[in-house]
Write a protein that binds this ligand. Structure first.
Ligand code: NDP
Ligand code: MG
Length: 382
C-alpha cells in the first residue's frame, strides 16, 4: 500500500489523481492533501478519503472548516500547511499538483524528508530547477514526471543512459489558437483562449498552451528533469496530441510514446512506476480511426513565448524565475480581463529585458526575484 500526499487536490490534476487512487484502493491511500480556496469540494474529498491531514490556503477558511471535517482529519493552513502536507510522516510519495511557484517550498521540504515526488507542478522546476535537482540528488530522492510530454520521455528513455541521447523532441498541440496568424490574435477573448482543442486542464495552463508558454516552460522542465542541454531539446507541432513526445538516440533511432490524451495515464504511471497497473480509462488508441498524424516545424516568431523560454533557460540563473513569475501574473491578469492576449507576451518581454540576472541564485534570491517580478508586472499593468 502506498500512502500518498497530494498538493492541489481540488485542481484538474488533483481530481484526476483522486480518480486513480479511487480506482486502486488496494494499492493507494490518501494520507494528506492541500487545497486552495475550493472549500466545498475539499469537504467532499475529505469525507470520501478521510486523510490524516488537510491544508487550506487561508486562516479564514481554516476557521470555517475546522468543525466540518471528519474526526481523524487534522486541518492546517498557509505555506506551513503545504509543507506539512508534503512531509506527512506516513506518506511515501508526494503528488505535487499545485499551481505556480508556491509549490517550491513544499517540494524542497518533501525532498529533505526523503519523499519520492511525482511532479506536475512545472513552475517549481522552472523557477528553481538547479536547487530542486541538486537537493533531490543530495537526498537521493526521485523526481518522477507527471506532465504528459515528460512522462513520455521518461518512458521512452526507460532508464537508458542520457549520454546516448541525441535529442529530446517535445510535441506541442499548438493550443486554442494554432490555426490563427499573429494578426488574428488581436482582441481574442478569454473564453476563446480557454477552449483547448485536445486537453481539458486548469485555466492557467490552458492559457499557457494558447500562448505556447506552456511548451516553453516544458523545455526548461525537460532540461532539469533529464539533465540535458537546451541545444538538445526540440519542439515539433503535432496537432493530434497522440505522440506525447520522443527521444532520438545517437544512432538515429527515435522512440516515441503514444496514447489518447488523458492525464490519468501519466499520473497513474508516476504512482505505479516501475510497475504498470490497469488504466482507469477503457479508451484505447485506435490509430486507424485517427488515420493521419501531422507534424509542423515550430515558428518561434509566431509563438514568441517559446523563444523567450529558450533564451531565459540558456542564460539561466534568475532568468527562468522572472519568466515564470511574469507569466503567472500576466496570465492571471488576462483571465481577469485586465490584459489583452498579446499583451501577455509583451509584459513578459519587458520583465525579462529589465532584469539583471543573478547567475547562481540562492533560494532567498529566487524568492526575492519572484516577488519583485510580480510587483513589476502589476506596476506595468496599472
Ligand atoms: P488547477 O488550476 O486546476 O488546480 C490548481 C490547484 O492548486 C487547485 O487545487 C488550487 O486550489 C490549488 N492552488 C492554486 N493556487 C494555490 C495557492 N496559492 N495556494 C495553495 N493552493 C493553490 O491547475 P491544474 O491542475 O491544471 O495544474 C496544476 C499543475 O499541474 C500546474 O503546474 C500545471 O502546469 C501542471 N500540469 C497540469 C496539466 C493538466 O492537464 N491540467 C498537465 C500537465 C501539467 P483551489 O482550486 O481549491 O483554489
Ligand atoms: Mg504537458
Amino acid at each position: 500500500m502506498k500512502h500518498i500526499s497530494l498538493l492541489g487536490a481540488t485542481g484538474s490534476i488533483g481530481t484526476q489523481t483522486l480518480d486513480v487512487i479511487r480506482k486502486h484502493p488496494e494499492h493507494f491511500t490518501l494520507e494528506s492533501m492541500s487545497v486552495g480556496k475550493n472549500i466545498e469540494l475539499a469537504l467532499q474529498q475529505v469525507h470520501e478519503f478521510i486523510p490524516a491531514l488537510l491544508s487550506v490556503q487561508t486562516k479564514e477558511d481554516y476557521d470555517k472548516l475546522i468543525h466540518k471535517v471528519p474526526n481523524k482529519t487534522r486541518v492546517v493552513f498557509g505555506t506551513e500547511g503545504l509543507e506539512e502536507v508534503a512531509t506527512a510522516p506516513k506518506s511515501d510519495i508526494l503528488v505535487n499538483a499545485v499551481l505556480g511557484s508556491v509549490g517550491l517550498s513544499p517540494t524542497l521540504a518533501a525532498i529533505k524528508a526523503g519523499k519520492t515526488i511525482a511532479i506536475a507542478n512545472k513552475e517549481t522546476l522552472v523557477t528553481a530547477g538547479h536547487i530542486v535537482t541538486e537537493e533531490a540528488r543530495r537526498y537521493n530522492v526521485s523526481l518522477i514526471p507527471v506532465d504528459s510530454e515528460h512522462s513520455a520521455i521518461f518512458q521512452a528513455l526507460n532508464g537508458e543512459n542520457i549520454k546516448e541521447v541525441d535529442r529530446l523532441i517535445l510535441t506541442a498541440s499548438g493550443g486554442s489558437f494554432r490555426e490563427r496568424s499573429r494578426d488574428e490574435l488581436e482582441g481574442v477573448t478569454v473564453r476563446e483562449a480557454l477552449n483547448h482543442p485536445n486537453w481539458s486542464m486548469g485555466a492557467k495552463i490552458t492559457i499557457d498552451s494558447a500562448t505556447m508558454m506552456n511548451k516553453g516552460l516544458e523545455v526548461i522542465e525537460a532540461h532539469w528533469l533529464f539533465n540535458i542541454p537546451y541545444e538538445q531539446i526540440d519542439v515539433v507541432l503535432h496537432k493530434e496530441s497522440i505522440i506525447h513526445s520522443m527521444v532520438e538516440y545517437i544512432d538515429g533511432s527515435v522512440i516515441a510514446q503514444l496514447g489518447t490524451p488523458d492525464m490519468r495515464v501519466p499520473i497513474q504511471y508516476a504512482l505505479t512506476y516501475p510497475k504498470r497497473f490497469e488504466s482507469i480509462t477503457n479508451e484505447r488508441l485506435h490509430l486507424w480511426e485517427i488515420g493521419l498524424l501531422h507534424f509542423t516545424k515550430l515558428d518561434m516568431e509566431r509563438f514568441r513565448c517559446i523563444k523567450f523560454a529558450y533564451e531565459a533557460g540558456k542564460v539561466g540563473g534568475t532568468m527562468p524565475t522572472v519568466l515564470n513569475a511574469a507569466n503567472e501574473i500576466a496570465v492571471a491578469c488576462f483571465l481577469e480581463g485586465r490584459l489583452s492576449f498579446l499583451e501577455i507576451e509583451h509584459v513578459i518581454e519587458q520583465a525579462l529585458e529589465s532584469h539583471t540576472v543573478i547567475k547562481k541564485p540562492t533560494l532567498e534570491e529566487i524568492i526575492k526575484v519572484d516577488a519583485e517580478t510580480r510587483a513589476f508586472i502589476h506596476s506595468t499593468i496599472k
